[in-house]
Design a protein around this ligand. Sequence first.
Ligand SMILES: Nc1ncnc2c1ncn2[C@@H]1O[C@H](COP(=O)(O)OP(=O)(O)OP(=O)(O)O)[C@@H](O)[C@H]1O
Ligand SMILES: [Mg+2]
Length: 305
Amino acid sequence: MPAISAEYLPMHNIRLSRERADALDELNASRPVKVIAVTGGKGGVGKTTISANLAVSMAAQGRDVMLLDADLGLANVDVILGLHTRYHMGHVIKGECSLEDAIVTGPHGLQIVPAASGMKHMANLSAAEHAGIIQAFSDLYHRVEVLVVDTAAGLNDSVTTFTQAAHHAIVVVCDEPASITDAYALIKVLSREHGVQRFQILANQTRRSGEGPDLFRKIARVCDRFLNVSLEFAGSVPFDDYLRRAVQRQTAVVDAYPASISSIALKNLASKADKWSVPEGARGHLEFFVERMVGTRIGPSTVLQ
Ligand SMILES: Nc1ncnc2c1ncn2[C@@H]1O[C@H](COP(=O)(O)OP(=O)(O)OP(=O)(O)O)[C@@H](O)[C@H]1O
Ligand SMILES: [Mg+2]
């Protein structure tokens, strides 16, 4: 057999990559990844609780779910779900491990990508880091139907970057003035500066029936008046001591206390989110989410390197 020449090797690799990319295309074309960002503006409203339990519930309902902890300040999801992580997105971006190495498996086969403590904002990564992260996601062999993204508090670049790249934005709100004003400020910035027009409002820690719809009406009234957005009410999750007990047990409340009032509400949210459609023309691969997130178009040279 003739020796494979040095010039042939890169071509050979390119062909393999192309075949692999085609296979992934076919695999994903029928069911694009649905990306749901969980955000809220104010700290401590329950973004991590909601995203972790939403992801666990959707996984329990049979979906292939990935949960991306995008709270770049503090890693959270792993603590809530009692997972031991070795690597995180920071290692992936620096090329110290593959995305596969960083992923940990949670309940019901849920795949979790841990956050990087103190990681630079996605918007501030270098071109090489962008290419690296897109490549990491495009190399991923896991099948993913739903990607849930837990964002940080505040209105920083990483929050807007992740949220604008998602198909659906859940805004978590509590019935406190600071939560309402922060949620409104977030919706305003996302709509005016980042082209996000549709929001799902989720009332959390509600203490009476009717509190969630009241809260929704309050926010909808001011948004209707000043912004060009469409809001939907995603439901209410009641304040529940069982949820706090579940956090102490480092287990999702939907698994630890499935009959509790918060679990029932969170499972309803998961069923609802399962019916949300992915907009027409949305591309299937996870790397397209990453591409939108980092604002880089990937050309053939990036994909096939
Ligand atoms: N429905 C609820 N009932 C009772 N406690 C809740 C509920 N939702 C959240 N909590 C509690 O509120 C606290 C804050 O929740 P969580 O960490 O999910 O908020 P967060 O918005 O992610 O915070 P951060 O902005 O710091 O990331 C936690 O102790 C959590 O257990
Ligand atoms: Mg959080």
